[in-house]
Design a protein around this ligand. Structure first.
Ligand SMILES: Cc1ncc(COP(=O)(O)O)c(C=O)c1O
Length: 411
């Protein structure tokens, strides 16, 4: 008998730094500990009632396949939504056939990278970046080139550095705004500058806008600027979107890809035909979610803003000075330790304060450049203010214990 061999791609697929330490958290829970999960962007905010009611109201006899690009009625409603968004920046309307409904924003990312890059090409990202951009690129044998952004500069993206980093096989710039893990919200002027680079170099701009509503320093009801508002950008722009964060509905697994580039849209549709259909019932729920009143978002944004402010203040109180992120619900935490991965493991394997510990995501996996992020972790502020306070208190005690264990100052 000859053993079948796992593909090289399968052997070398990176584990997500967000989930990699999950078995240690499971073991900690099995030992009776309470683990505060700051590692993963799973919001605890209630899903809009209209969306939940639509799930409960589903009473068809069969749960059938949906069309590969999603229900027409859903895409019509999405088109109106994106037309209003594009208009905020002076952009032209979006039509239903410029949208492909996908299995979460994740599948939209996979389709976007697959439609814009061949094996051996590369995408350009700004590190620290959403780690699954590398995961999907790996599956497609696409490389990742990274422009390093710095904590000391608030992780600001410098268009000149982006331009310099373009390689001979770079096909697409892939950026989230608001950013995960940095919280950076790109201004319209920054989108324009990056858009101009994409025009000049014939690149796609895959803009991941799944956190669009999560902006904390803009007037109530404002959204992060979208590339759908850029003019003369139809050939270049590909927007990634999702219901996961907007409606606190990560398990619904509905997202979409929006592009005026007909060829990209058609390729995404054909990829979609291979996996037959996005989820049926969840699309009905996502359609109902589009009727969520603005008051829901006002409340959610207020809640996250206060979480962010409490988190930053509590961290400063234990001597960790980090910049206040402008959007999404993540923060890159500078840790006064030799190795953040080791410290994250210590939190789960060796440490507890009154039966509790915290789980963080080591940040090295959010960088493409080896060695970077070694002293950083990502925090998702998806817990209520009291649990955040408690978590930072635990973190402070853990840093003390880690220092005592390492025998001297932490750094
Ligand atoms: C920046 C970013 N893009 C895309 C996604 C994909 O989310 P989903 O597949 O749940 O829509 C996430 C999830 O955390 C994210 O943070």
């Amino acid at each position: 008998m000859t053993e079948p061999r796992l593909s090289r791609r399968g052997q070398t697929a990176p584990a997500s730094p967000i989930r990699r330490l999950a078995p240690l958290a499971d073991a900690a829970r099995a030992r009776g500990l309470v683990v505060h999960h700051l590692n993963i962007g799973q919001p605890d905010i209630a899903t809009p009632i209209g969306m939940l009611e639509r799930y409960r109201a589903y009473d068809e006899r069969v749960i059938a396949y949906a069309p590969s690009d999603g229900y027409r009625a859903y895409r019509d409603k999405l088109a109106a939504h994106y037309t209003a968004l594009a208009a905020e920046g002076g952009g032209a309307p979006i039509a239903a056939d410029e949208i492909v409904v996908t299995v979460g924003g994740s599948e939209a990312l996979l389709f976007a990278i697959a439609a814009t890059c061949d094996a051996g090409d590369d995408i350009l990202v700004c590190e620290p970046f959403y780690t699954n951009y590398a995961g999907f690129s790996h599956m497609l044998e696409v490389g990742v080139r990274a422009v390093t952004t710095l904590a000391s500069e608030g992780f600001a993206i410098d268009p000149d550095r982006v331009k310099q980093a373009i390689g001979p096989r770079t096909r697409a710039l892939v950026l989230p705004s608001p950013g995960n893990p940095t919280g950076v919200v790109l201004t319209r002027a920054e989108l324009e500058a990056l858009g101009a680079i994409c025009r000049e170099h014939g690149l796609f701009f895959v803009c991941d806008e799944v956190y669009r509503e999560f902006v904390y320093d803009l007037p109530e009801g404002a959204r992060a600027p979208s590339i759908l508002g850029l003019s003369d950008f139809d050939a270049h722009g590909v927007v990634i979107d999702s219901v996961s964060k907007r409606y606190s509905a990560c398990g619904a697994r509905i997202g979409c890809l929006v592009t005026r580039n007909r060829a990209v849209r058609d390729a995404a549709l054909r990829f979609g035909q291979a996996r037959l259909s996005p989820a049926t019932v969840d699309q009905y729920a996502a359609m109902a979610a589009l009727d969520t009143p603005p008051s829901y978002f006002h409340e959610v944004v207020r809640e996250y803003r206060s979480r962010r402010d409490v988190l930053v203040a509590e961290l400063r109180a234990i001597g960790i000075d980090c910049r206040t992120p402008a959007g999404a619900f993540y923060l890159v935490l500078p840790l006064p330790v030799d190795d953040a991965e080791r410290f994250c493991r210590f939190l789960l394997e060796e440490f507890a304060l009154e039966g509790e510990t915290v789980m963080l995501a080591p940040a090295a996996g959010f960088y493409a450049t080896p060695g970077l992020g070694k002293n950083e972790a990502r925090v998702a502020y998806v817990l209520d203010v009291e649990r955040l306070r408690r978590s930072v208190h635990i973190l402070g005690a853990a840093l003390e214990a880690y220092r005592a264990k390492s025998g001297g100052p932490v750094r």
